[in-house]
Design a protein around this ligand. Structure first.
Ligand SMILES: *Cc1c(COP(=O)(O)O)cnc(C)c1O
Length: 381
């Protein structure tokens, strides 16, 4: 059996042709493929604006800048996420503050967030960065109510959940990143995510003002738009109006993103089928805890919990199955420990970390491969 990773990209001839065609075109960057990908993505997610960027981390950084995070600003996020969700606040001189997770959903616990907010003078916290962890959409309607009460903004980290959704109070389906409740949302197109462009990211929003800001910051803070210029010396003239970055995506990546996006729903359906097969295969093994989820789960990850996680991890590795752990709690990282966090601060997240294991989950996982994974896991546990 060849190596089976926990996640991987799916590249077809259509993808390859799209990239080659772009390589042969006039624009390798800042060309028409960027706007096309942005428009298609906005349509898919159901929001007004999308801004393509170099990667998901750059997307988070630009969002933190667009929310005007300043030195000393406190922002709340979850310890069970990729470090970048918290780091974007630190890039701007702010302070990432964690709130523990819910032990059933593994998502940021809204009650814990409320407790933090109520314990501090109003205005202490500026925003919240919830994560649609593993593909489970967090209930942003509830979180938005809380955010409004304390005058906070929301950056939704939807890297795990393109196509994921929750059902709001009125029974309406709310897709992750659609901008109905969060000010901005971000996605990543790293090859283990649903849509792969190598490196790549996207920001979505319904606010024209935020959209304009993001476009400026993505390209050095430079604009050439005549209406926005303070002076105008001629056709060559541009102004750098803010300290921005070069966080652009290139056209080959956008071309790949366009064709990948066309298959996004097929991939999502396949992920759901794989999840169902795992559910059934492990249902009778009382030593394996399977995830609790609803229809809107996008299954970036399928996470089981077992007592001897290290043993299972090593056993699977010997069988050429490369499971992974998502995540080592961010507050236990040496960088955050230097800032004063310590083990024991977020016991639910830490307990979750002791047992969690992400097993292979990607659309091209064959039935034969999945059965092999299941057999190996049930053999060990
Ligand atoms: C992948 C990921 C990121 C970062 O995206 P990159 O494109 O790798 O920079 C941020 N947050 C979460 C939850 C992620 O999974």
């Amino acid at each position: 059996m060849k190596a089976i990773p926990y996640g991987r990209q799916h590249i077809t001839q259509l993808d390859i042709d799209a990239v080659v065609e772009t390589l042969q075109s006039d624009f390798l960057t800042q060309g028409p493929k960027i706007a096309e990908f942005e428009n298609n993505f906005a349509k898919y997610i159901g929001c007004k604006y999308a801004v393509a960027v170099a990667n998901g981390t750059a997307a988070l950084h630009l969002c933190a800048m667009a929310m005007n995070v300043q030195k000393g600003d406190k922002v709340i996020t979850t310890p069970i996420t990729f470090a970048a969700s918290a780091n974007c606040i630190e890039y701007c001189g702010g302070e990432a503050v964690f709130a523990d997770i819910n032990s059933n959903t593994y998502l940021l616990d809204i009650n814990k967030v409320r407790a933090l907010l109520e314990a501090a003078p109003k205005g202490t916290y500026k925003g919240i960065i919830p994560v649609d962890f593993a593909g489970a959409a967090i209930n942003l309607e509830e979180l938005k109510k809380l955010a409004d009460e304390f005058e906070l903004w929301i950056i939704e980290d939807a890297c795990h959940a393109p196509g994921g959704f929750f059902i709001d109070n009125k029974g309406t389906k709310q897709l992750c990143g659609n901008g109905q409740f969060a000010d901005v949302a971000i996605f990543s197109f790293h090859p283990v995510k649903h849509i792969a462009t190598g490196e790549g990211g996207m920001i979505t929003t319904n606010s024209k003002e935020i959209y304009d800001k993001l476009c400026l910051l993505r390209t050095h803070g430079i604009t050439k738009t005549p209406e926005l210029l303070q002076e105008n010396h001629g056709g060559w003239y541009y102004e750098m109006q803010a300290l921005g970055y070069n966080y652009r995506m290139c056209d080959m990546q956008a071309a790949l993103g366009i064709t990948q996006l066309q298959r996004a729903d097929d991939g999502l359906q396949k992920r759901k089928q794989i999840a169902k097969i795992y559910d059934e295969a492990f249902a009778s093994n009382k030593n394996i805890e399977i995830p609790i989820y609803n229809n809107g789960h996008a299954f970036h990850l399928y996470i089981i919990k077992v007592k001897d996680r290290l043993g299972l991890y090593n056993y699977l590795r010997a069988k050429n199955i490369f499971a992974q752990v998502h995540y080592i709690p961010v507050h236990t990282m040496p960088y955050y420990q230097h800032k004063g966090y310590k083990k024991g601060d977020y016991p639910i997240a830490e307990k979750y970390y002791e047992a969690c294991l992400s097993i292979p989950m990607y659309p091209t996982l064959t039935n034969e491969e999945q059965q092999y994974v299941i057999t190996c896991i049930n053999e060990f546990v």
